[in-house]
Design a protein around this ligand. Structure first.
Ligand code: NIG
Ligand code: FE
Length: 405
């Protein structure tokens, strides 16, 4: 068995040239105890641990579970009809302007009970756990009223309580401007700041704060007001930036010490320079650009300039209806020209950093949470992102427990 991302000691993230370094221990063993990784080594040093269940993984690889640092997987219904409009030629922005897009999901969610929303969402969680995800960040943002935003965040909390997967939650009240605030955008921002954020904070419902800082959505000025209010309540920014234009979102995120800035299809030299002087993780979401047929972010240029990069699924009903992180690795290679080592680092250790858990997740390291999956028989670790349509997840271990046989 090969152990992918086996690190006795591990940095919190890898960047630049370091992204192409991936430690893989061939012919190895891993021992887990009390939900944590206890030790690993090569088979020549192996002696059985008394009382431990043994899984024979000959010919296979063990890989730390994916850390999917950007999703919107709590949503009601689906939007495949809009997708057809998109195929026929309407743009993402045109669909949004017609009351489709995020507002469509908000209307569906308003008419869905908390119980039903939980039921639909937890199904997606079970699906991504089976595909190898062990930690996931989930955003609100299909509520857009105080009541519905809180409903979403409570569902996110309940998911974390009812499944072994690690969940981080992000308040994204500023995802779109609701219909009743059309042309009164600043009043909606006031509502977010004066009503939503204090209530979210009082119930401790969110770890992070997000704003869709982009052309046609929220301006830099509005973003900064919201981030200031959020950070004042202990929520670190993780924002949507530069998906549709050079929006200034990357600079705004870095200014407020964002943990990550995400999307980044429009990233130029200034943005790269800003990111190089920060602790902010650039998160790329190749599923969204692929699904929408839009520009890809300049991943190669970013990594070659010395930046770290994380990859996430953006699992949501409008721009990336998939939480398949293995496919995301493949898209990272096919579309972003990243190497196998780089995409694996991007969905494990750097993904963990982008959701604030890289001290405990993202690598096979003694003391970290025992979240990993075992592949089917494959010839090499590079085969994983290469075989883009195959599942290749044979068993899943989360918190030291086997959850899929
Ligand atoms: O990350 N860009 C903003 N939000 C989502 C899309 C949400 C939707 O279309 O429902 C995204 O792509
Ligand atoms: Fe998103």
């Amino acid at each position: 068995m090969g152990i992918i991302q086996a690190r006795e000691e591990t940095p919190l993230l890898v960047s630049g040239k370091g992204m192409s370094h991936l430690p893989v221990l061939e012919n190895g063993w891993v021992h887990c105890e009390k939900g944590l990784i206890h030790s690993f080594g090569t088979m020549d040093s192996y002696s059985p641990f008394s009382g431990a269940e043994v899984i024979d993984a000959s010919g296979r690889y063990v890989m730390p579970s994916y850390c999917d640092s950007h999703t919107h997987l709590v949503y009601a219904g689906s939007r495949e009809i809009e997708y057809i409009d998109k195929i026929k030629g309407l743009s993402y922005e045109e669909i949004a302007k017609r009351g489709g897009g995020i507002l469509n999901s908000a209307a569906l969610l308003a008419n869905t009970t908390e119980e039903e929303l939980f039921r639909q969402s937890v199904e997606r969680i079970d699906q991504i756990m089976a595909m190898g995800t062990g930690a996931v960040e989930i955003k609100s943002g299909y509520g857009l009223t105080t009541e519905s935003e809180l409903k979403m965040l409570r569902v996110i909390r309940r998911i974390g309580e009812s499944r072994p997967v690690t969940v981080k939650s992000t308040f994204l009240g500023a995802h779109a401007v609701p219909e009743e605030y059309r042309n009164r955008q600043d009043e909606y921002v006031d509502l977010i700041i004066n009503e939503m954020i204090p209530l979210v904070a009082a119930e401790e419902l969110a770890d992070y704060i997000d704003v869709f800082c982009d052309k046609g959505f929220f301006t830099v000025e509005q973003t900064e007001r919201i981030l200031m209010a959020g950070t004042g309540h202990g929520m670190r920014p993780k924002i949507h930036a530069n998906e549709l234009a050079f929006s200034g979102g990357i600079q705004a995120g870095v200014k407020y010490e964002a943990l990550s800035v995400d999307h980044l299809e429009f990233t130029g030299d200034d943005e790269i320079e800003t990111l190089l002087n920060s602790d902010t993780m650039p998160v790329l979401l190749p599923g969204a650009a692929f699904f929408l047929g839009m520009t890809d972010p300049p991943a190669r240029k970013m990594i070659d300039a010395g930046l770290p990069v994380a990859l996430a699924s953006d699992y949501n009903p409008g721009s990336s209806p998939s939480g398949n992180m293995k496919l995301i690795m493949s898209l990272g290679m096919i579309r972003l020209r990243m190497l196998p080592e780089e995409v694996i680092n991007a969905v494990t250790i750097n993904g963990a950093y982008a959701m604030g858990i890289s001290e405990s997740h993202g690598s096979i390291t003694p003391g970290k949470v025992a979240n990993m999956f075992i592949t089917g028989e494959i010839p090499s670790y590079q085969y994983l992102p290469y075989a883009f349509g195959s599942d290749l997840v044979e068993s899943v271990i989360i918190g030291g427990k086997r959850i899929k046989l």
